[in-house]
Design a protein around this ligand. Sequence first.
Ligand SMILES: O=c1ccn([C@H]2C[C@H](O)[C@@H](COP(=O)(O)OP(=O)(O)OP(=O)(O)O)O2)c(=O)[nH]1
Length: 182
Amino acid sequence: MNLQLLFKEQQLLRDKIAYDKPDRFEKLILALLVELGECANEWRGFKFWSKDQEPRVQGNWKYQTGIIDGKFVNVYENPLLEEYVDKLHFILELGLELNCTDIELWPVYEKNITNQFIECSGRVYNLYFQMRVTGEVPKGMYEHLLAYFLGLGFMLGFTWEQIEQAYMEKNAINHERQEQGY
Ligand SMILES: O=c1ccn([C@H]2C[C@H](O)[C@@H](COP(=O)(O)OP(=O)(O)OP(=O)(O)O)O2)c(=O)[nH]1
């Protein structure tokens, strides 16, 4: 697992978006919290009031790849993974913002996915309050956010390769959107 390539990609997108107002940090924090909620909503496992608690991992048909055993392989959207990599974009943005790109990467796991989502949110709030109180965020605090975020991805059933590939695909869409005046 190597984040350096992803930080480089994120920097290119960041330069293109080029938002430099002083509220940038808190807007990124709120964006990340929103994406966390959207991701949990696609996971659905906390909806104890509903009979439908299956994660949304197969959406609309996207395209066909090569042929295996005489059949075309169809590729579908994966709404859960797509929300997860939106979150990854904002986490990388925060790393660039805090100048924390030379980091250790390891996963941390809570006892279940519900708690993992809550822990991720808690780590985001920690960053916000730390910045508010001291005006800076220690690298270790950012690394902990990443550790819970990475653990969440593995608990949701994704491999690092899938995450990287989905990140690249969404990153390309984000570039196109900027070029088209989104
Ligand atoms: O400074 C930024 C701002 C945005 N993004 C990326 C993250 C994410 O991949 C996408 C924004 O999320 P989404 O695609 O859900 O866009 P939205 O504007 O929230 O969607 P909608 O218009 O549907 O509400 O832009 C960045 O990487 N850096």
